[in-house]
Write a protein that binds this ligand. Structure first.
Ligand code: SF4
Length: 332
């Protein structure tokens, strides 16, 4: 396993706004503020979990990190280099090191191609032209993810959901990446299959020293796989801590509410009383003033409507964006 101290990815103040155009001249009349100033880092060999309700911007952040979506502003460092300054050729080389696994294995695999073609495609794009060499590598990859030689000639519809996700993992591994963004990678699977794919991802991390950004709306899945967990709300980070710390003593009211609604995998852990969040998630076109969570927060005060709380280190290595978060957790 690599040392988990070396920083592999650093995001600095990432913003991703999508313009909304209107009128005869198609002027920008508003924008969807999907990601609004996020800074974080991921160490080599670690898994950073990224959680939040659907529409909070977590997938957009993952795609901005990989430059599948160009950030509106901010910086993305990989091995200390700002990759937003890279040209097309540099990006093509970098893509080998950064891969993504999508939520829906069926729609992310071409139904008209065999598994051999699908898993071997990145190899062909990146210069492995010899067919035999490619097939040998595909076979190794399939075996790595628990599939067999006879699967090579089959098509995606001939597999179960869990097997299809294994094909997605094999394809992501084909170019020996250092970083894999798992975007809701197990969300479409049954619970028992989820556990198998997560165990596979953990084994592969151990074997190849992989680094994961693991994006999910499911807090219990994220806890199991993550070293640290970041929580997003309406395009902003609201909490970040080591996994055990965040689940045992969440500091932000939003995290507390999410955890109170999530099933507990550990029977020895006592559950906080259920917190029902008021109202709907506000629109990311016109997010609330001050603290973006104030319209749904049980503890909101006047200051929360007027000023934005700083994302600060409330306890050692435990960050939260709330005026009233205090050391010792659950203190609100
Ligand atoms: Fe709630 Fe205010 Fe804290 Fe925001 S800053 S989470 S509104 S108490």
């Amino acid at each position: 396993m690599p040392e988990k101290n070396e920083i592999l990815v650093r995001l600095e103040n990432i913003v991703k706004h999508y313009p909304i155009r209107g009128g005869i001249f198609l002027k920008e009349i508003a924008s969807v503020k999907a990601v609004d100033g996020i800074s974080l880092h991921i160490r080599k060999g670690e898994t950073l979990g990224l959680v939040g309700e659907s529409g909070c911007g977590k997938s957009t952040l993952g795609r901005a990190l990989l430059r599948l979506e160009e950030p509106t502003s901010g910086k993305v460092f990989f091995h200390g280099e700002d990759i937003l300054t890279y040209d097309k050729k540099q990006m093509r080389n970098l893509r080998k090191q950064m891969q993504i696994i999508f939520q829906d294995p069926f729609s992310s695999l071409n139904p008209r191609k065999t598994v051999s073609y699908i898993v071997g495609e990145p190899l062909r794009i990146h210069g492995v032209q010899n067919r035999r060499e490619r097939e040998q590598r595909v076979l190794e990859l399939l075996e790595t993810v628990g599939l067999k030689k006879e699967h090579m000639r089959r098509y995606p519809h001939q597999f179960s959901g869990g097997q299809r996700q294994r094909i997605g993992v094999a394809r992501a591994l084909s170019l020996h990446p250092e970083l894999i963004v798992c975007d809701e990678a197990v969300s479409a699977l049954d619970v028992s299959i989820q556990a198998q794919v997560i165990n596979l991802l953990q084994d592969l991390q151990e074997e190849f020293g992989l680094t994961y950004l693991f994006i999910s709306h499911d807090l219990s899945v994220v806890e199991h796989i993550s070293d640290r967990v970041a929580v997003m709300y309406l395009g902003k980070l609201v909490e970040l801590a080591r996994s055990e710390k965040l689940y045992q003593s969440p500091l932000h009211p939003y995290t507390q509410a999410l955890l109170s609604a999530s099933p507990l995998p550990d029977p020895d852990r006592t559950k906080a009383h259920r917190i029902i969040l008021k109202g709907d998630v506000p629109s990311p076109i016109t997010p609330p003033s001050g603290c973006r969570f104030h319209t749904r927060c049980l503890y909101a005060q006047q200051v929360c409507r007027e000023k934005e709380p700083e994302f600060r280190e409330v306890e050692k290595k435990h960050w939260a964006a709330c005026f009233f978060a205090k050391e010792s957790g659950n203190s609100l």
